[in-house]
Design a protein around this ligand. Structure first.
Ligand SMILES: NC(=O)c1ccc[n+]([C@@H]2O[C@H](COP(=O)([O-])OP(=O)(O)OC[C@H]3O[C@@H](n4cnc5c(N)ncnc54)[C@H](O)[C@@H]3O)[C@@H](O)[C@H]2O)c1
Length: 412
């Protein structure tokens, strides 16, 4: 058997009968052999995964994977794994050691509207190079204005303002640069037809190990990867919260065929920017944060429209109570602390009351198609038409920056 040692990058197809050795990376936690085999899904290249140490088969017999995906997967892992493939016959063996993830240095940004400009600001402030495109007339000038505006508020910038303003290249057409990027963050319009054809194009023209994340706030990626034939396993949602250069949350939402290696790489990438990503394990409309927001808002609308509380006092229950705590400990930890450090106690103690409240809420569920909407609008406008909205927004933004800076001080 001929043996060749090779770097993974750029390798497309193993020679029949040859064995390839490669290494890959993943940090933070151990990769179990059985878990490793889960990374290799798809169909096209038959392999069997064997633990070199024990000679045991650790994958289903004749497990099939697209070899390019497999190699890309190897490339983005963070444990060192020595692997051997015998093409056609397919033997794959692993050893696991810890090593560091290869860094993402250059990001491609597609679309520089509200979200794309804010992502660009964050990427640049964290020392990344950015290649950015948007076909709208005047988009480059608007991006420069946004970058200047965002600079003072970005927590923990790693570069000078000069570097921040000069480390990006605005291009009319990104195709010629797709070979230079290590990750793409897409921020185009939220339209299925648009994302479907854009992703087909990006998938076909970007090296297959490059992770492609969409900022989509509602469209699950399974709906727009339908024409991606090269490597849809590297596509997922990286849904930020506006503005992404400030709010730490990113919802990482893989589709069913997204490779675990890419999910891990996305989580690591966002963490490296000081973000607080969460993994949404299954696609669900609204992902997580917007569902929680919808649940709270639906009850708020119900209470205000029923005249139980004024719109102003409704907001106060959040800003002077629930919201204050929730910025520091989420609902689950808040319940646990409320149960004297014991979630079970909280559930057993307050569960019956909670059930009564929930039953009543279901009885009074807010109907978005009823006249209650007009009543709600009238009651909200009574209050907000008297308020100085500009002042409120400025004060909110300033305090938000202070809060985020204070929360991120220890974490970056
Ligand atoms: N605005 C929010 O609060 C928010 C929050 C989270 C996620 N998102 C998501 O982020 C994405 C962008 O939203 P936005 O609010 O920034 O929209 P936006 O309308 O402000 O920006 C979209 C940009 O895409 C550009 N564009 C159009 N065709 C393009 C192409 N072929 N290539 C590159 N750019 C192109 C447009 O010129 C525009 O500048 C959407 O998917 C949206 O759902 C928005």
């Amino acid at each position: 058997m001929q043996r060749s040692s090779s770097s993974v990058k750029g390798l497309n197809q193993p020679e029949p009968g040859s064995t390839i050795e490669s290494s890959f990376f993943r940090d933070g936690f151990d990769l179990e052999i059985a878990e490793a085999s889960r990374h290799f899904r798809g169909a096209s290249f038959p392999i069997e995964c064997v633990d070199l140490g024990t000679s045991e088969l650790v994958s289903p017999p004749r497990y099939s994977v697209p070899i390019d995906y497999l190699l890309a997967s190897l490339h983005t892992q963070s444990n060192r794994i020595e692997s051997q493939f015998e093409a056609g016959i397919g033997i794959h063996a692993y050893q696991v050691k810890s090593m560091a993830l290869p860094p993402i240095k250059t990001v491609g940004v597609i679309g520089t509207g509200v979200i794309g400009a804010s992502w660009t600001a964050l990427f640049l402030a964290k020392g990344l190079k950015v290649i950015v495109t948007d076909p709208a007339p005047g988009a480059e000038a608007r991006l420069r204005d946004q970058l200047l505006k965002h600079w003072p508020s970005i927590p923990n910038a790693k570069v000078t303002q000069d570097e921040y303003l000069n480390n990006f290249k605005f291009v009319e057409e990104i195709d010629a640069y797709l070979g230079d990027v290590d990750l793409i963050q897409e921020n185009g319009p939220e339209r299925l037809d648009f994302k479907r054809s854009l992703f087909a194009h990006l998938d076909a023209n970007t090296p297959e190990h490059v992770l492609i994340a969409s900022s989509s706030s509602g469209l699950p990626s399974s709906e727009f990867i339908t024409e991606c034939n090269k490597n849809p396993a590297r596509i997922l949602i990286g849904h930020p919260f506006n503005p992404p250069h400030l709010v730490p949350l990113v919802e990482v939402v893989p589709h069913q065929g997204t490779g675990d290696a890419y999910v891990t790489a996305a989580l690591q990438f966002y963490r490296s920017l000081g973000k607080d990503p969460v993994l949404v394990k299954k696609e669900t409309p609204g992902f997580i944060a917007n569902r929680l927001q919808a649940a709270v808002c639906a009850e708020a609308y119900s209470l205000v429209s029923r005249g139980i509380v004024s719109a102003e006092d409704l907001d106060k229950t959040m800003t002077s109570g629930l919201g204050l705590r929730w910025a520091l400990t989420g609902p689950i930890m808040t319940n646990t602390l409320g149960g004297g450090g014991n979630f079970n106690h909280f559930m057993d103690h307050l569960g019956p009351a909670l059930k009564t409240w929930l039953d009543d809420m279901h009885r009074h569920e807010f109907d978005l198609n009823s006249q209650d909407v007009d009543i709600l609008k009238e009651r909200v406008n009574e209050w907000t038409s008297q308020a100085n909205l500009e002042e409120i927004e400025q004060s909110r933004n300033k305090r938000l920056v202070d809060l985020i800076k204070s929360k991120s001080e220890d974490s970056v």
